[in-house]
Design a protein around this ligand. Sequence first.
Ligand code: F6R
Length: 242
Amino acid sequence: MRIYLTKDYDAMSRKAANIISAQIILKPDCVLGLATGSTPLGLYRQLVDWHRKGDLDFSEVITVNLDEYRGLGADDKESYASYMRENLFSLVNLKPENCHLPDGKISDSEEACGKYNALLGSLGRQDLQLLGLGKNGHIGFNEPGEFFGKDVHCVELARSTVEANRRFFEAGKNVPAYAYTMGIRSILRARKILVIASGKDKADAVREVFFGEVTPYVPGSILQLHNDVILVCDEEAFSKCR
Ligand code: F6R
C-alpha cells in the first residue's frame, strides 16, 4: 500500500484528483469505479475544473458507481444517480451511456443485482476504483458482519450508516433502509484502488482498516490483501495511526 498524507481536505482532494486524472491520461477509455458521499466532493470539483480548463477529457471514460439506494431512481434528488449527475456527470464530457449505477428503481433485488453484476462482468475490471470509508469501516455499502459479501448484493444499511446519511435527505424524509452495492469481490477486482479519508471522524476507521486485523467486522480491512492500494488521507484522519 502507498500512503499519501496531506495537510487537509483540500490537499487530499487535489492529490486524489491528480491520481484519477493520471489514470485517464494513461488510458482514455478506462473503467473508473466511483463513490458518493461527502469525501469525494472536493476531488470531483477539481476534476471538473481541470476539464473546464481543457486539461482533462472524459469522452471515452466509462464509470461504474459502487452503490445506489433501493427504491430511489435517477430522478429522485437523494439518489446517488442524482448526486453523480450534479457533481460530475453533467459537468464534464462523459457520455451518459457510459455512466453506470445499480438501478434503484428495480425493487426485485435479485434482478437489480444480477443486472449490475452482468454489466460489471461485461465491462471488465475497473482500472481504478475510488473508495470512501464509513466510520464503521464499510466500503461501498458492505457493512460489518460475519462474512464478506462477494458480488453485487442488496444490504440492509447499518443504523449508523442511515444516521450518517440523513444529512443528504430533506427533513422528514426517510433514508432508505436498503441499498444495492458492489460486493467485496466486485471491488477487489479493480486493478488499482484509491481510498480517500478526511477528518477526525475517520481516524478510527483508517487505523482499523489499514493497520488492524483483517475481519468482516471491519469490511475495508480486506483491502490489506489487495496488491495496489493507494490511501490519500489528511493529517486528522491519520492521527490514530502514529
Ligand atoms: C458511497 C459509499 C460509502 C461512502 C462512505 C463514506 O458511494 O459507498 O461507502 O464512501 O460511507 O461516506 P462520506 O464520504 O460521506 O463520509
